[in-house]
Design a protein around this ligand. Structure first.
Ligand code: OSB
Ligand code: MG
Length: 371
């Protein structure tokens, strides 16, 4: 294939419910939709799901815009390739910037699978027709507010709930949710905000008795040794998220036993080619994986659903229905979850249509590059 036109659209949508993590609070998100057109007129879509500010990783929406416009798309435009797994090779010289790369990589996979007439999930080697979704709940003003949120999501049938934690919001909220739901598949995510101080370690160890499925990313992204030291002292599996941006990160983490579960994010790994390779490596090493999310709009969500259909994704993924996040999504139909189960689409490519009129209404700015 040969891409001859590429556009970026910065699109803003309001969240249904404000979301607070250990670092910040947000009520709306602006993601960049990537649109590729090849010389035959075939089209593909991807999504750069970077946060507005550099708190999850080093990127933000403006660095992604600049990287995609000035370094990634110029390398893709006019280049000939047979298969989307070659596309990441076009920007091999560009370091880091995984979120920006991921949006362009997904657009190439979507373009190719659509052109071939096969579902994206099949193109990736997916084997499941349905994937199980969990929900991720932010830090709430009070424990009662949190219990209301958990009740709503459990009421919708989601079988797994993850709670964001931070120092001062850890043992007590977990105790309250566990008391109300003794058998719920429950886990916590700290987004790397704990240290190995005695107070922080005591709080984290205090979570070990609640039968959590995992504790996600307690320590800073680069601090694999802290994760390895901590894993030796608790029975709850540690799950890595921010720590794993490359396959080399994953190999090192496995070597150190720094985590026994892996959250694979398409955005964090730089796209579907890398995310699939991480799945293959983790699965070979007996490490269960699940697909994490970044509150994606429908385009990124569709890629997450497709990835989650790979055989190693044995734990519930953060691929809840579009309605958990947005009143209306950028794709038709939206992603839906029935009692926590999302059906993998069987149509070609992403398997959803992008609602370009709705996208245009919510676009803050666009740019188009051609060969
Ligand atoms: O750590 O998984 C995370 C959202 C923004 C930044 C980081 C994370 C998250 C989530 C959202 O947990 C998961 C979802 O998309 O449902
Ligand atoms: Mg996480």
């Amino acid at each position: 294939m040969r891409v001859t036109a590429a556009s970026l659209h910065l699109v803003e949508l309001d969240l249904v419910h404000e979301f607070q993590t250990s670092s910040h609070r947000k009520s709306s998100l602006a993601h960049i939709l990537v649109h590729l057109v090849d010389e035959s007129g075939a089209q593909g879509w991807g999504e750069i799901a970077s946060a507005a500010a550099p708190y999850y990783n080093a990127e933000n929406v403006e660095t992604c815009w600049l990287m995609a416009r000035d370094y990634l798309l110029p390398r893709v435009l006019g280049a000939s390739w047979e298969h989307p797994q070659e596309v990441a090779g076009l920007w091999r010289a560009v370091r880091g910037n995984e979120f920006a790369k991921a949006g362009v990589d997904v657009a190439a996979w979507s373009l190719w699978s659509g052109h071939q007439g096969v579902p994206l999930a099949t193109a990736l080697g997916g084997t499941r027709g349905q994937v199980v979704a969990g929900v991720s709940l932010g830090i709430e003003p009070t424990i009662d507010d949190l219990l209301v949120q958990v009740a709503a999501q459990v009421g919708h049938g989601y079988p797994r709930v993850k709670l964001k934690i931070a120092p001062g919001w850890d043992v007590e909220p977990v105790r309250a949710v566990r008391a109300a739901y003794p058998d719920l598949d429950l886990h916590v995510d700290a987004n790397g905000v704990y240290t190995e101080s005695p107070e922080h370690l005591a709080a984290l160890r205090g979570l070990d008795g609640f039968g959590l499925t995992m504790m996600e990313q307690p320590f800073a992204p680069r601090d694999l040794l802290a994760h390895a030291r901590f894993q030796r002292t608790v029975t709850t599996p540690v799950c890595l998220d921010e720590s794993v941006e490359t396959l080399a990160d994953l190999e090192l983490a496995l070597e150190l036993d720094a985590g026994r579960v892996l959250n694979i994010k398409v955005s964090r790994m730089g796209g579907l080619t890398a995310a699939r390779a991480a799945h293959d490596l983790a699965t070979t090493r007996g490490v269960p994986v699940w697909c994490g999310g970044m509150h994606e709009f429908g385009v990124g969500r569709a890629a997450n659903v497709a990835l989650s259909s790979l055989p190693g994704f044995t734990l519930p993924s953060d691929v809840s229905g579009s309605d958990k996040y947005y009143r209306r999504d950028v794709i038709v139909p939206p992603v839906t979850a029935e009692r926590g189960v999302v059906t993998v689409p069987t149509g070609a490519g992403l398997g959803f249509d992008v609602d370009t009129a709705f996208v245009a209404e919510h676009t803050l700015r666009s740019t188009t590059l051609t060969v």
